[in-house]
Write a protein that binds this ligand. Structure first.
Ligand code: ADP
Ligand code: MG
Length: 610
């Protein structure tokens, strides 16, 4: 419920600040989502290209070391020993390794920064979007779902982007450079390595796939487990009150057992990856060593290796052995990169789906001039879903009138408010402000025209003072104190050590529902708007405080148009019009006296309240 309010209130500021939202084509395919993520990364061209350049250079530099090592070894062979040359090569090797390390490290840093900057941009866009999407679109998702898209999916996306760019570029360079180096050294042995590598890569891919499947089962169980923990922890009071502790223990134990089983098999599959790929790599290594050995022998005797142009020295074989190891690496990495990219793409798809949603339209070009003379509902119909809900709503609020909406929970009172505020659009009939269709007014101006205290109070992380001054940030201390006094909040604030400077958290968890409502009420008193909407504004406040606040409200409301939803009927007795609702329909309307005289539903409600 709270989520809806968060958006409503923020709407006022955000709706104007943003440009018109374009509805880009929906991208469904993995590659098009990845291309789109890349297009965000391309906004930071300097970072992207210098990072890529450094990683590519660093990787290429590291591949020169085996050749130098090989040369050094050849100077250590008996009969051809040259200590000075060995020394020179050692210095060279050290220099190349240092340069390569520095380049890869700084390239890494830049690409990491790129990933963070990209996800920062995307998150910013997503957050802006959440403030401007139509409520109907937002309310389709649970709060948890939206938060996951904002945080966890963002993380997946930036991880995928970083890994993708990093591994793919380094892998491509390693592959090409090792191929070039190996074929330059000895075409015949190089061919052997190239033929063997696909075998090892294939085996690694197979194990990785199995590993992924078991891991997926494990994470599904993990998600079930945390979902259940959250459910039980948030309802722990109810759970204990109903004596259901042992039931929940049982179902928890079941999930826990499954998690244990899937965890074990995933651990086993994971543990297999390393040894198996190591064995495969070692076999490749051994084969290259044997083939290389044969070539060395064939070269030394001026044998067939010379005639086919494939002479090999001991040093060159050592270079080959390192290349054979590195050559397989990009293939082995490919499976994890693909998985990472797929995760990023599916996260991206979820995020872009929201970003691409059509913004709430701005409404008409007219601006509401507050106070409005007449607000008229004329046979208005509306429904949240395909099922008809609200029908034939007809009533009028003249300027300065106090209109009360009463009825059972779910009868549609808040919905009427939502329609007045244009959070939702009517689907039938007419809703007019001074004989002009509400569609013709901009949504922002409609919302501006009203001050409101809603059923769920929305506070933000900040001081109590800032929370009260939300609608009038430049209010003086005196004005704030006066508004707080009118809302009967001052007594509570005076008990706080830091008074109005007390910091409250985003959800205002340290305050009672009633205290939160009083802050929201003080907010309205501060801006003193010409028209007011109070939707169960004092529902969580105690009866005594409520009565006091009501008398302050009476003063505030004096001569102003107001819509009041209240479940305590005593507070709306003096209304100019009482609209009694049931299941989306108006069943009675009139003044208190008229409705009492009618002796219908309202009368019953009055009796029930006694
Ligand atoms: N965002 C929504 N999406 C779908 N149905 C909704 C939504 N908001 C309210 N409803 C449904 O509309 C009906 C009226 O709700 P509401 O106007 O909030 O009642 P109340 O009179 O208690 O304020 C209820 O049945 C409620 O479940
Ligand atoms: Mg309601």
């Amino acid at each position: 419920m709270n989520k809806r309010l968060n958006i409503n209130v923020s709407d006022r500021n955000a709706a104007e600040a943003r440009g018109s939202g374009e509805n880009k084509k929906k991208n469904r395919g993995t590659s098009s989502v990845l291309r789109r993520i890349l297009s965000y990364a391309l906004r930071h061209k300097a970072m992207l290209f210098s990072g890529l350049f450094l990683v590519i250079c660093g990787t290429a530099l590291s591949l020169i070391a085996p050749i130098l090592t090989g040369r050094a070894i050849d100077y250590a062979v008996p009969g051809n020993t040259d200590v000075t040359m060995i020394g020179r090569y050692c210095v060279g090797i050290a220099a190349f390794i240092a340069a390569s390390g520095a380049a890869v490290w700084s390239g890494n840093l830049l690409l990491n920064k790129l990933a963070f900057s990209t996800i920062r941009d995307i998150r910013k866009e997503l957050f802006g979007k959440l403030l401007t999407l139509p409520l109907a679109r937002i309310e389709k998702h649970s709060r948890g779902d939206l938060m996951t898209r904002m945080s966890a999916f963002g993380e997946n996306l930036s991880d995928g982007l970083y890994q993708g760019i990093m591994q793919l570029s380094a892998g491509a360079v390693t592959l090409i450079a090792t191929l070039v180096c190996m074929f330059t050294l000895n075409w015949a042995v190089a061919t052997v390595v190239v033929c063997l590598t696909p075998v090892s890569a294939l085996i690694s891919a197979k194990i990785a796939k199995r590993n992924r499947t078991t891991f997926k089962v494990q994470s599904e169980n993990m998600a079930r487990m945390s979902g259940m923990s959250e459910e039980y922890l948030s309802g722990t009071r109810v759970l204990r009150a109903y004596g259901k502790v042992s039931d929940s223990e049982k179902s928890f134990a079941e999930i826990n057992k499954e998690l244990f089983k899937s965890g074990l098999s995933s651990q086993f599959a994971g543990a297999c990856v390393n040894p198996v790929s190591r064995i495969v790599n070692n076999v490749v290594y051994a084969v290259v060593a044997i083939v290389g050995g044969i070539f060395i022998v064939a070269s030394a005797n001026g044998g067939w290796a010379v005639s086919i142009g494939a002479v090999l020295t001991i040093g060159e074989l050592s270079a080959f052995l390192s290349y054979a190891n590195q050559f397989a690496k990009p293939f082995n990495d490919m499976t994890s990169v693909t998985a990472e990219l797929q995760t990023a793409a599916s996260a991206g798809r979820k995020i872009f789906e929201l970003i691409d949603g059509k913004d709430e339209d701005k409404g008409g070009a007219l601006t509401v001039k507050s106070p409005v003379g007449d607000i008229e509902f004329d046979r208005v119909a509306f429904s949240y879903t395909d099922k008809p809900f609200m029908e034939d709503i007809t009533f009028a609020a003249r300027q300065g009138q106090k209109i009360a909406l009463v009825g059972t929970t779910g009868s549609g009172k808040t919905t009427v408010i939502n329609l007045i505020m244009r959070f939702y659009d009517i689907t039938g009939g007419k809703l007019t402000f001074d004989d002009t269709d509400v569609d013709e007014f901009s949504r922002v101006s409609v919302r501006r025209a009203f001050g409101m205290v809603l059923q769920d109070t929305w506070l933000f992380g900040g001081t109590i003072r800032e929370n009260i001054a939300y609608g009038k940030p430049d209010a003086t201390d005196e004005e704030i104190a006066r508004a707080a006094a009118a809302a009967h909040l001052d007594k509570f604030v005076s008990t706080l050590e830091k008074g109005y400077d007390t910091i409250i958290s985003g959800d205002g968890e340290e305050l009672s529902e009633g205290q939160k409502q009083l802050i929201a009420i003080a907010r309205v008193f501060l801006t003193s708007p010409e028209m007011l909407i109070l939707d169960e504004a004092t529902a969580s406040v105690d009866g005594l405080t409520e009565r006091a606040v009501q008398s302050a409200f009476a003063e505030l409301l004096g001569g102003k148009t107001s819509f009041i939803v209240a479940h305590r009927l005593s507070t709306i007795r003096d209304s100019d019009l009482i609209v009694v609702m049931d299941k989306g329909h108006i069943i009675e309307k009139g003044t208190h006296d008229e409705l009492v005289a009618l002796g219908g539903y309202y009368c019953e409600m009055l009796k029930a309240a006694e």
